[in-house]
Structures are given as C-alpha cells and as structure tokens.
Design a protein around this ligand. Structure first.
Ligand code: NAP
Length: 250
C-alpha cells in the first residue's frame, strides 16, 4: 500500500535507538527526510549509514540533549533551516522512571520535563509553521497508566494523552492531526533493564496473549501509518500496540 509519504519531511526525537530509531528507518524507507535527534552521536551516525545502505531518504542528524531548556526552540529552528518545511512531528524521546512513593522533587521534575514539558514545548515551537501551512501530523508516544507502581514517565505520558486530545480539537480546523501511540512492553533498552530473559518469558506467558514483548518495528508500522495521509481522518486517538497485554507490570 502506498502511504503517500514520499517527499515529506519529519522531526523525530529519540531517534538514536529503540522505537524512535525504527520509526526513523521506516519513514526513510517511505521517502521521508527525517531530522533525527538524540544525544548519542555514534548511534545516530550508524542509523544514517543503515538508511543510506537501504536506499532510504538520508536523514539530517541533530545531536541534542532534549532536557536543555532551549532544546525545543533549537530543534524547531534547525528543522525549518535544514528541511525547509515540516510535515510530521513525532515526540518519541522518553525514559521509564520508576519513583518511590515519596520520590524526590528532582527525579519527578526530570521525568515530567523529558516526557511532557519538552514534547509540548517542541510542538508549540512548530505550531505556527503547521498552522500557516494548514497541515501537519503530530504523534506523541504515550505509555500505559494502569501500572502497579509509580512511574514518572507514565504520569507524564498521561498528561501527554490528555493534552493531545485537547490539542486535536483545537487544530482540526487547521488540517492538523494529533494522535497518541501507546506501547505495551516493547523490547528496547528502556525496558530490557527491568527484566531478565527468564522473567520476560514468565511474564509474557502469563500476561501477553500474543506470547512475547513487541519489537520496535511493531510500533514503527503503526506510527508511520498514523502520520501518513492514509490516516487523514484519524485524530485525537490513542492507538495501543501491546499484544493484548492483560495486566501491566511494575
Ligand atoms: N519500550 C517500551 O515498552 C515502552 C513502554 C512505554 C512507553 N515507551 C515510550 O516510548 C518511547 C521510546 O522508548 P524506547 O523504548 O524506544 O526507549 P529507548 O530505546 O531507551 O530510546 C529512548 C530514546 O530517547 C532518547 N532520549 C532519552 N533521553 C534523552 C534526552 N535527555 N535528550 C535527547 N534524547 C533523549 C534516547 O536518545 P539518546 O540516548 O541518544 O539521547 C533514545 O533515542 C519513550 O517515550 C518511552 O517512554 C516505551
């Protein structure tokens, strides 16, 4: 199926590994030029090489710590300068952050900043551009909020989902779509550190009807569809990709 993405441009945060890397590769395969952002320069350079070898659209790399206060403005300015225009924004950078019941303010603040404030600020920095062009597709990576313990990232993502829905109502008249994408347990560095392979197997057998953790590519398939013109009537939604998971861990 042609997703009608060829020649478009995208900004992807957290592109160096995991879900963001898979999304960047899939977009590039579809002919999208991506501004690929992360802190790990080696991983970003290897991503670019892999894409070029696979004859995808060569990404533009930006080494940037998203926690820096001026990161959203820098990313938006670089995107317009290097890409010319932006069709798609994927707010993917994030990190699971388990927190004690009486967690420190510092840890809470870091989680809320990375997983809610910066994606909101980056979106707002690009909104005048999207509104002027009367088009745009924004996708925000979410998380399950039905956890058994407190996770700063999941709380921030609950805010993302609420904000995304409201934003979609405001931006619909401008032809701008805003959706959220909620992973279950996807086999990336973010999650791997919490499970031994034995624990993963045991958990998946008990809780995941499809039998195992998902792959980053499972998320990328849905992400690329949601930001494509094929999803032109889809906005304000939360799509869940979780293998049918019954109960969430942690
Ligand atoms: N995997 C799952 O099961 C799961 C579950 C729930 C939610 N999620 C969400 O899905 C998204 C992708 O997660 P993932 O599993 O693919 O994680 P991952 O493999 O750990 O990748 C996280 C990405 O975010 C970037 N990042 C983290 N902190 C950053 C910072 N300060 N500045 C710039 N970039 C930063 C990392 O890049 P650098 O290290 O290069 O900076 C990396 O590219 C996240 O928002 C996560 O919360 C994932």
């Amino acid at each position: 199926m042609d997703l009608y993405l060829k020649g478009k441009t995208a900004v992807v945060t957290g592109a160096s590994q995991g879900i963001g890397r898979a999304i960047t590769k899939e977009l590039a395969n579809e002919g999208v030029t991506v501004l690929a952002i992360g802190r790990n320069a080696d991983l970003l350079h290897s991503l670019k090489e892999e894409i070029i070898t696979a004859k995808g659209a060569a990404p533009v790399l930006l080494i940037q710590d998203f926690l820096e206060p001026d990161a959203p403005q820098k990313i938006a300015a670089t995107a317009i300068e290097k890409l010319g225009w932006v069709d798609i924004l994927i707010n993917n950078a994030g990190r699971s952050q388990p927190i004690e019941v009486t967690g420190s303010e510092e840890v809470w603040k870091a989680a809320m900043t990375l997983d809610f404030e910066r994606p909101r600020q980056l979106t707002e920095a690009l909104l005048p551009h999207f509104m002027e062009r009367k088009q745009g597709a924004i996708l925000n990576l979410a998380s399950s909020y039905e956890l058994r313990s407190i996770n700063g990232s999941a709380v921030a993502k609950a805010a993302i989902v609420s904000w995304s829905k409201a934003l979609s109502a405001q931006l619909g008249p401008y032809g701008i779509r805003v959706n959220s994408l909620q992973p279950g347990l996807i086999d990336t560095e973010n999650i791997r550190r919490f499970f031994t392979s034995e624990e993963r197997k045991k958990f998946a057998e008990a809780e995941i009807p499809l039998g195992d953790f998902g792959h980053a590519e499972d998320m990328a398939n849905m992400a690329v569809f949601l930001v494509s013109p094929r999803a032109g009537y889809i906005t304000g939604t939360v799509s869940v990709v979780d293998g049918g998971m019954k109960h969430y861990p942690f």
